[in-house]
Ligand binder design. Structure first.
Ligand code: C2E
Ligand code: CA
Ligand code: CA
Length: 786
């Protein structure tokens, strides 16, 4: 195609070039023809005039008479010459005798041959032609024979120098310049003409035309050959030069336009060709792209069969069919693959897919340290239903349950069907805290049981199902998917033994903990409902033992007169959300106490610190609650302190910070509890609006023996001092600890060295008695009841 275009372009260019060239040549030919004609006319005019004056010779009796005599004839020839010259007929006359010898020459005797005269003598007639005197002149000549008595006695030749009027009139006629030239050089020129001659000063034997360019002007130079009478070849030229600048410019313009037109035509042809080829090739390219995509496994195609070229249309057709067929094959394959991992009845993942997920989950928990749980769910009475109502009813029940399970679980959880009436749920991303994870897994298991117990309607009969769930938590060590399934299965059997509709953990300790927590939760709910929990107060004192305030610590009294330790029920309450109720109760009792102290000397200035859980401090309605309690009780906010543990920093949400700031703005002082045990970064110390730092018990304990702890305490004291925070040391049990703390600038203590926590009434009595170390009324909780 490219070659074809090239040939086309070449042909066109050549054609254009030829056409332009021909136009030039034609111009030259016209020049030659026109100027030859003009020259011939000029010569004819000369001869015409000479002939008209022929009688001046033929009737010149005096001259003829003299010619017959041997005497000189110039007496008669001179007047003739003068007359002819004056009339502009001839510039020279030559008189010859019958032998051809010159008897008179107006130019003086030269002895040259005059062939015109010879001819006239030979046949007795007029002869006209050119006479050339090389290197000098060229004449138009007319030879007139002279008779006397019927005998030729000589001839008179009239010669008209062409360089005079002929050349001038020629130049005038062509509007240019003219010159005469023979082999020796220029004979005559009109006007300054030398340049064109010097450029091409050679004698031309044929009429020719050429171009001369000088100083930006273009001339056409035409050479016409001049052949003297009776000579065989031209011996001189008349050279005519015409200014062509204007017409050359016009011609150039025409040429340029011709070339441009040719180029345009070429561009149009090429463009058309390109478009045409593109239309033909595009469908092919599209088909090729589709094939390429098929090669990459992408079978969807929007290829259309639209080419007008039969072969290409066929290619499109074949490609399309191929894509469609391969696409269908792939669909079938995908469906097969799906079936390989799906349970056909419920479309839940099957055992195979579950094992894969489980494998993955084992890796994930080992990396993230968050727990996961595997729940094995077994229907208690499915076999009966299957036997009495038929398999189709059984199938529909399983489908309904599959849907319910999926709906109850979070997106990241997986339910699979192992076959028969066994389902498995895999719960990932549970808490990093094992017992919390256990609580959550149990709650979800409870929901699944509830979902199972909702009646299912099949063929207008309501069925109520129940099930048993076995749970195993991981990581536990070197878990494998099969091992975990076995554990869950084992736990499930135990649940079944226990009675229907039950949940069991594989891990016996976990099982015990959860049972105990469940019991505790039940009892705690009851106790809270009856407001059985009461705050005790642990005094905070100065180095001399004078009471400066108190921390409220929750106590849960039992019927047998013992107390359950907050260390036991607080973590459970955190799991179950009951911690909010506990916090509210502590706040309420503290504020009631503060209100009761108003106006009582010794008591009215003492603040009470209340512990609030991070969970509580993040509640959006915290401020409403605190403000409500302050207003309800009439306590002064300035007397209320709130203790915040370092762990709040694990999630210092904007809401939390806003709550702390609002409390502070309300006049409530904030203490950072257990300082040094958790997220000890100075950065958050600046972000939290704090008033007090509480040095954790664990540092105080070893202060005398452990250099590190001593250093930490000293550092905390320095930090508190620098940040303008007051400092309290917790768990001060002996004087050595107290003295160390005093040395490091700590002026406030809380600990068994001074007092245990005690009922409010005891505290009030203690204050009334004045400073002392009356520990007998103190009441510390007993350990877990076993
Ligand atoms: P905590 O806030 O660090 O409270 C100080 C704990 O140290 C109290 O234990 C207190 O009796 C004990 N203690 C005081 N002086 C000494 C001492 O010299 N030596 C030793 N070994 N211990 C001392 P308690 O009352 O068992 O409270 C345990 C934790 O329970 C508290 O630690 C607090 O985190 C939480 N708690 C108690 N009451 C409440 C409450 O009303 N709300 C919330 N959210 N948490 C509470
Ligand atoms: Ca505390
Ligand atoms: Ca503490």
């Amino acid at each position: 195609m490219f070659a074809g275009l090239l040939v086309l372009a070449g042909t066109l260019a050549m054609g254009t070039h030829l056409a332009v060239n021909q136009a030039e040549q034609r111009l030259d030919r016209l020049g030659v023809e026109g100027q030859s004609a003009a020259w011939r006319q000029t010569l004819a005019n000369e001869w015409q005039r000479m002939r008209a004056e022929a009688t001046a010779v033929t009737r010149n009796e005096a001259l003829i008479g003299a010619m017959r005599a041997d005497a000189g004839i110039s007496t008669y020839a001179d007047p003739l010459y003068n007359r002819l010259r004056a009339g502009g007929i001839a510039d020279r006359i030559v008189v010859l005798d019958a032998q051809g010898t010159v008897r008179y020459d107006s130019d003086g005797t030269r002895g040259e041959r005059v062939p015109l005269a010879d001819a006239a003598l030979a046949d007795g007639r007029f002869h006209e032609g050119l006479h050339h005197v090389p290197g000098e002149r060229i004449y138009a000549g007319l030879a007139i024979p002279v008779y006397r008595g019927g005998n030729p006695i000589g001839s008179v030749v009239q010669l008209r120098d062409l360089s005079t009027s002929a050349l001038e009139s020629m130049a005038e006629a062509i509007g240019g310049r003219a010159a005469l030239l023979d082999s020796r050089g220029p004979l005559a020129l009109t006007a300054p003409f030398s340049m064109s001659l010097s450029l091409s000063g050679r004698l031309q034997e044929q009429a020719a035309a050429g171009r001369v360019e000088l100083d930006g002007r273009h001339s056409q130079v035409v050479y016409l050959p001049l052949t003297p009478y009776a000579a065989e070849r031209p011996t001189a030229n008349v050279v005519l030069s015409r200014d062509l600048t204007e017409s050359v410019a016009t011609q150039n313009l025409i040429n340029a336009l011709t070339y441009a037109a040719a180029f345009l035509v070429l561009v149009l042809i090429a463009g058309g060709l390109y478009l045409w080829l593109g239309r033909t090739l595009r469908p092919m390219q599209q088909a090729m792209k589709t094939l390429d995509r098929i090669g990459h496994g992408e079978f969807h195609t929007d290829l259309r069969v639209d080419s007008r070229v039969t072969e290409i249309a066929r290619l499109q057709q074949v490609t399309q069919t191929m894509a469609q067929r391969l696409g269908r094959i792939l669909e079938v394959e995908e469906e097969n693959a799906r079936l390989a991992f799906r349970d056909a009845l419920t479309d839940l993942p099957n055992r195979r897919l579950l094992l894969e997920h489980l494998e993955h989950a084992i890796h994930t928990v080992n990396r993230t340290r968050r727990h996961a749980a595997l729940l094995l769910i077994d229907l208690d009475n499915f076999k009966t239903l299957n036997d009495t109502c038929g398999h189709s009813a059984g199938d529909r029940l399983l489908q309904a349950l599959a849907q319910r399970f999926t709906a109850r679980l979070r997106d990241q959880d997986i339910v699979a069907r192992l076959g028969g009436d066994e389902f498995v749920a895999l719960l990932e991303e549970l808490s990093p805290d094992r017992s919390q994870a256990g609580v959550d897994a149990q709650r979800i298991a409870g929901e699944l049981l509830k979902a199972m117990r909702e009646p299912v309607r099949i063929d207008d009969i309501e069925h109520v199902m129940s099930g048993s769930i076995g749970i195993t938590l991981f990581p536990r060590g070197y878990d494998t998917p099969e091992e975990l399934l076995k554990q869950a299965d084992f736990a499930m059997y135990q649940a079944k033994h226990q009675g229907r509709n039950a949940v069991r953990f594989y891990d016996p300790a976990m099982q015990r903990t959860l049972l105990r927590e469940a019991e505790l939760e039940r009892n705690l709910r009851q106790a809270l409902g009856r407001e059985e929990l009461v705050i005790h107060l642990q005094p905070q004192v100065d180095p001399e033992g004078r009471i400066l305030g108190a921390e409220a610590l929750m106590r849960w009294p039992q019927l047998d007169g013992t107390w359950i330790s907050p260390g036991e029920f607080i973590p459970v309450a955190e799991h179950t959300g009951q911690i909010l109720e506990i916090g509210r109760l502590a706040l309420l009792q503290a504020c009631q106490t503060l209100r009761a102290w108003q106006g009582r000397p010794g008591l009215e200035d003492l603040p009470i610190s209340v512990n609030l859980s991070p969970h509580h401090l993040r509640q959006a309605r915290l401020m409403d609650e605190v403000t409500g309690i302050l207003e309800e009780t009439g306590a002064a906010a300035q007397r209320l302190h709130i203790e915040v543990t370092e762990s709040v920093m694990a999630d210092a949400s904007p809401q939390l910070i806003a709550n702390l700031e609002a409390l502070r703005a309300r006049g409530v002082a904030l203490a950072l509890d257990d300082f040094g045990t958790g997220y000890s970064s100075l950065g958050y110390l600046k972000r939290l609006p704090l008033d007090v730092l509480k040095i954790d018990r664990s540092f105080v304990q070893d202060i005398e023996h452990d250099a590190d702890d001593a250093n930490i305490v000293a550092t905390i004291a320095a930090i508190a001092h620098n940040m303008g925070l007051s400092l309290i040391a917790e768990g001060v049990e002996n004087e050595a600890q107290r003295d160390f703390l005093v040395r490091h600038g700590c002026q406030r203590f809380q600990g068994y060295l001074y007092h245990h926590a005690m009922p409010v009434a005891d505290f009030e009595a203690l204050v009334a008695d004045g400073p002392g170390r009356a520990n007998q009324a103190d009441c510390e909780p007993r350990g877990p009841t076993e």
